[in-house]
Design a protein. Sequence first.
Length: 202
Amino acid sequence: MQKRGGFRVSVGISSLLMIFIVLALTTFSVLGYVTANSDYKLAEKTANGVTSYYQADATAERFLASVDRKLSAMMASAQQLETSNNLEGLPCGPLPGETADKIRSLQGETGSILRLASYQALAQSLAQFDLDFSEGTLVQEGWTVTAEIPVDDVRKLVLEIQLEPNPFDESVRYTVLKRRLVSTVTYNEDDSNLELWQGELV
């Protein structure tokens, strides 16, 4: 009887189970890494978006503060004009409708001429309302000022205010008409080749 030589390896159930466990752990590890990496990128994108928005919001607040300071200075000049009893150098020109209505309401009051002069001076100053705003775009139409502040590549913060200065009532200098976040992306939907079901069975 001939004997076989050499070393014989026997693969049993325990070895197959160990291989299966290793493969399972490797698969779950890869899936866990992919999920964690995806969550990290999403969290980072969200954090950047929130940070960008609040930076734009802070810019809007600085813009409103600069408008308030400028209006306050203009109103102080108009008050000084009334108390100075001096009409020399008074600017002349058409007045906005809001100012004209206010002037008509003052015509019967004491010192109305000087108040007319102060409102006219204030109106002329607002007609040349100039703000140093380099963090976005600024558009003025009459006494309405619109500021557009970029947030990121696809969003911007739009702030629209109505100037309402009154040299004899400093409770309100302006009113915020609009403050919202809008998209800057233009969507071009081409549905020329889109076939819609008209409700008829073929």
